[in-house]
Design a protein around this ligand. Structure first.
Ligand SMILES: Cc1ncc(COP(=O)(O)O)c(C=O)c1O
Length: 402
């Protein structure tokens, strides 16, 4: 051990260097601590602030009916799943949730997982292997990228939301490939920009080239389509998308993920989806709360309507104030600021003004495209949104950005 390594940690020097680099580039972030229930106003690090960055689209994270369902499930089933789904972790509530979601999504079948991330990681390797090909939108979510890597299949990226680019890649790489399988993957709604994938031409292309198609609709569930049935419903493509990935942690307000689609694929995942086989199930309370969320959505689209009216209200006002909100078409509203340092400073000052909205930088978004990603919720009032816009204007003025 030498002077430079008082704790014998010289082998971990690379972590210190990486941390210093991130700090220098403004990419090191400190995670804030939430000290209250989710809602439009929350307590963060001891301060009550307007919440503009949760994925709690419909306000379900602290909804009385979901809480009551979870409490009842705890009373009846206890707190833990005690096993993976494939052994002793599947309760009647997990089955009920899957059946309910299948009816809601208008698909043949659904299988639920512990998260949206796990749902991607379970599904992609179950559909393609190293002999096959994946065509993936260049801005697809990290969990899709990891699922592609795990599958071992060569992954060809196509230009963002560009069916022509996809077709060129398919023609160049797949058209005459005999027995190889191909899987086209896209987000339904892109999580950092809030734009919607052009699903109709993508599905037509998949049909023309006999490729499978998968849509990750983590940010479309509860947001797009009739009463929040998602992007596939929005484009009237029922039965033409092989498999959809959903999350129960955003609009549904709880935690978990699911895969919805053709029964053949869903049954296959019960044997091949590794997180189903090797990682414990979500708790009965989670499943019960999600069932209550679907019940509410099935009985009324009011919250979804409210989410959209809030979205239009905020977007109109923030754009009118001179902010660039990129290509957003959904409640995800990126306020583009460029350099990561600027976005971090902006977020810090917003917090000082009573608004919680985190900065997002590389590698979550490309270098030079840092932003504050505002997430609108049905739980916000118009007065909340006015307060948010007013503070964005103030901070931009203080920083001489507008
Ligand atoms: C497009 C997309 N897919 C998957 C996920 C992962 O979902 P979960 O948080 O349920 O793991 C996210 C969440 O950030 C997402 O935005």
């Amino acid at each position: 051990m030498n002077d430079k390594e008082p704790s014998g940690d010289g082998k971990l020097q690379f972590i210190k260097e990486e941390t210093e680099r991130l700090e220098k580039e403004g990419l090191l972030f400190k995670v804030k601590t939430i000290e209250s229930a989710q809602g439009s106003w929350i307590v963060v690090d001891g301060r009550r602030v307007l919440n503009l960055c949760s994925n709690n689209y419909l306000g379900f994270a602290n909804h009385p009916r979901l809480k009551e369902a979870a409490q009842k499930a705890i009373a009846e089933f206890g707190v833990g799943p005690a096993a993976v789904r494939a052994i002793a972790g599947t309760t009647v509530l997990h089955h009920q949730l899957e059946e309910k979601l299948a009816r809601f999504k208008r698909v043949e079948a659904v299988i639920s997982f512990q998260s949206g991330f796990n749902s991607n990681v379970a599904t992609i390797p179950a559909l393609v292997g190293k002999e096959d090909l994946i065509f993936s939108d260049e801005l697809n979510h990290a969990s899709i990228i990891d699922g592609c890597r795990l599958s071992g299949a060569p992954t060809i990226r196509f230009d963002h939301c560009n069916p022509r680019s996809l077709e060129q890649q398919v023609q160049a790489n797949f058209a005459d490939c005999g027995k190889r399988r191909a899987l086209i993957i896209t987000d339904g709604v892109f999580s950092m920009d809030g734009d919607i994938a052009p699903l109709t031409p993508l599905v037509e292309l998949a049909e023309r080239y006999r490729a499978m198609i998968m849509v990750d609709d983590a940010h479309g569930e509860g947001v797009l389509g009739e009463a929040g049935r998602g992007a596939v419903d929005h484009f009237h493509l029922h039965g033409r998308v092989d498999v959809e990935i959903g999350t129960l942690s955003k609009a549904f307000g709880v935690v978990g993920g699911f895969v919805a689609g053709k029964k053949l694929i869903i049954d296959h995942l019960r044997h091949k989806g590794r997180p189903f086989l090797f990682s414990s199930a979500v708790t009965p309370a989670d499943a019960a709360a999600c069932i209550a969320a679907v019940d509410i959505l099935e009985s009324s689209g009011d919250l979804v309507d409210r989410l959209w009216s809030n979205t239009h209200y905020f977007k109109q006002r923030i754009s009118r104030a001179g902010f660039d909100i990129g290509r957003s078409e959904t409640p995800i509203t990126p306020v583009m600021l460029g350099e990561a340092r600027t976005a971090q400073e902006f977020s810090r000052r917003l917090f000082d003004e009573g608004v919680f909205a985190v900065a997002i930088g590389f590698p979550t978004v490309p270098l030079g495209k840092a932003r504050i990603r505002v997430m609108i919720s049905a739980a916000h009032s118009e007065a909340d949104l006015d307060f948010g816009v007013e503070k964005f204007i103030k901070v931009a003025g203080d920083l001489r950005l507008i």
